[in-house]
Design a protein around this ligand. Sequence first.
Ligand SMILES: O=C[C@H](O)[C@H](O)[C@H](O)COP(=O)(O)O
Length: 225
Amino acid sequence: MSDQKELEKELAAKEAVKSVKQSQIVGLGTGSTAKYVIIELGKMVKDGLKIQCIPTSTKTAELATSYNIPLIDINTVNHIDVTIDGADEFTKEKMLIKGGGGALLREKIVASLTKEEIIIADASKKVDKLGKFTLPIEVIPFALNYVQHQIVSLQGKGKLRMNNNKPFLTDQQNYIIDSDFGLIDNPRVLAEKLNQIEGLVAHGLFIGLAARVIMGVGDSVQVFN
Ligand SMILES: O=C[C@H](O)[C@H](O)[C@H](O)COP(=O)(O)O
């Protein structure tokens, strides 16, 4: 990873945490960009900020705990004030592909409960059309073969994600099919079709969920509202 990309991620994270206010419930994203948010929030909590946070993965929960960031159970809240998360790709219309790290299901649930979902990214994540990054699709193991056939019937090519010669397992003990649909002309239509497939528990198309995308670019940030 280039130093420039890391700087852009950090700048975007520093800009995004300005939206976090005293006493809020905050969703914590997953990945190498969201990590910078946890580091910043850790400093703010140390300086007296009182927040309660909901992590989107066990990895994020561990990292947040290591920075003494208070965590709460998602099932104890009816809304989340603000969530800051990363993305694998985004367009200027704030459509996203997420799930490169396998956290898409929890991320989507957290985003759905969130009033202000802020996405942060380095400049390499911005695309004109989604789909160069293969779309992560989370599937219950029982439905693997069925869902793979459904992906083919939607003109996609799916590949089971592996880890040390075994299927990669999500935090929910599900599989991920990384799916190539080429450049996606209409993400909304594809998302609706994927939503119909039994056994498919989440896909990485996030449409209409992001309130803002903050992109680090060079030594500044650009915001897509
Ligand atoms: O499952 C992982 C998440 O959707 C991440 O936000 C996404 O993969 C981007 O990760 P990174 O910031 O490491 O590129």
